[in-house]
Design a protein around this ligand. Structure first.
Ligand code: IPM
Ligand code: MG
Length: 351
């Protein structure tokens, strides 16, 4: 197959981990007789530096003109420490999600057997963890009205959800559960928030269409606790934008390193694949960043966007093998610590 992949490496460690994912994809293309055409675009801090816009129109065009998007990371401390900065790299990510209609963020949470000891949680608790968080990505408090009072003495952010937006993401959750262990946990704060009550009502009305799925409703504070205490109890979690953001950072510690987990953002026009970690500016350019999250995101890209199921599995198996052999970047190595590049090459070699 011939496919066009937009590559947005972004900030911090973005460029170096993205390079390793591209090497993996090139090797897979060779092996299976595909042709992948990689085209780079600007987003985030680097895009501000070069164009004053964190998500330039040219990048939007590139994305819409591609079959899938591979994304590295976004964020630069020079903006984090300046709350008055008017243009911020994160605006690029949010604009990109919104303009591309990427409403469903799929974040699988799992452990590699060889890394069980790396998790800060007890082995018995994390062994066998395998769940997916389906996070709504283009609505809620991230995109609601916000502002300051005239005297600058107060500020507000609003969360808004429509029935259509809730039903659209819930459908993804139900269908995902249908392909897995048939259990859906809806996470909300319906004891306090009106938007959460609309989530419950909407999803309760959908239950009859998915009679084979067991549905439970859980408050977000309780879910935060259960993810640490009993994470194997979850199969598919569906939740709103901000709860999903927070719970997935929390859940990532289960896998032993924030650098491990991939994600897919599925949309109305295209789909984007990115690791769940940030730009890790302190590690940028030092050849120490863990590229596993983006390499596994590349596997999701092949499976979800191109229906290349075997190709995706080949990548996963190669990662598994290299980890089982004890190789890894310093956050995950059990026998031999390697640099980003060397670890990437090792995975390519195992393909
Ligand atoms: C994520 C990130 C982003 C988010 C930031 C960088 C805006 O934390 O993808 O989880 O909050 O969605
Ligand atoms: Mg986050």
């Amino acid at each position: 197959m011939n496919k066009k992949i937009a590559v947005l490496a972004g900030d911090g460690i973005g460029p170096e981990i993205t390079k390793e994912a591209i090497n993996v994809l090139k090797k897979v293309a060779d092996k299976f007789g595909h042709q992948f055409d990689f085209r780079q675009g600007l987003v985030g801090g680097v895009a501000i530096d070069q164009t004053k816009n964190p998500f330039p129109g040219e990048t939007l065009k590139l994305c819409l003109d591609s079959d899938a998007i591979l994304f590295g990371a976004i964020g630069d401390p020079k903006y984090d420490n300046d709350p008055t900065a008017r243009i911020r790299p994160e605006q690029g990510l949010l604009a990109m999600r919104k303009e591309l209609g990427l409403y469903a963020n799929i974040r699988p949470v799992f452990v590699f057997k060889s890394l069980l000891d790396r998790s800060p949680l007890k082995k018995e608790i994390v062994d066998g963890v395998d769940f997916v968080v389906v996070r709504e990505l283009i609505s809620g408090i991230y995109f609601g009205e916000r502002g300051r009072s005239n005297d600058n003495k107060s500020a507000f952010d609003t969360s808004e959800y429509s029935v259509d937006e809730i039903a659209r993401i819930a459908k993804v959750g139900f269908e995902m559960a249908g392909k897995r262990r048939k259990k859906l946990t809806v996470v909300d704060k319906a004891n306090v928030l009106e938007t959460s009550r609309l989530w419950r009502e909407t999803i309760q009305n959908m239950e009859k269409d998915y009679s084979d799925i067991e549905v439970e409703y859980m408050f977000v504070d309780n879910a935060a606790q259960q993810i640490i205490k009993n994470p194997t109890r979850f199969d598919v979690i569906v939740t709103e934008n901000m709860f999903g953001d927070i719970l997935t950072d929390e859940a990532s510690v289960i896998s032993g390193s924030l650098g491990m987990l991939p994600s897919a953002s599925l949309g109305l026009k295209t789909s984007l694949f990115e690791p769940i970690h940030g730009s890790f500016p302190k590690a940028a350019g030092q050849n120490i960043a863990n590229p596993t999250g983006i390499i596994l995101s590349a596997a999701m890209l092949l499976e979800e966007a191109f229906e290349m199921v075997e190709e995706g599995a080949v990548i996963r198996n190669a990662v598994q093998k290299v980890l089982d052999d004890g190789f890894g970047t310093r956050d995950i190595a059990t026998k031999k610590v390697m640099g980003t590049k060397e670890f990437g090459q090792k995975i390519v070699g195992a393909l």
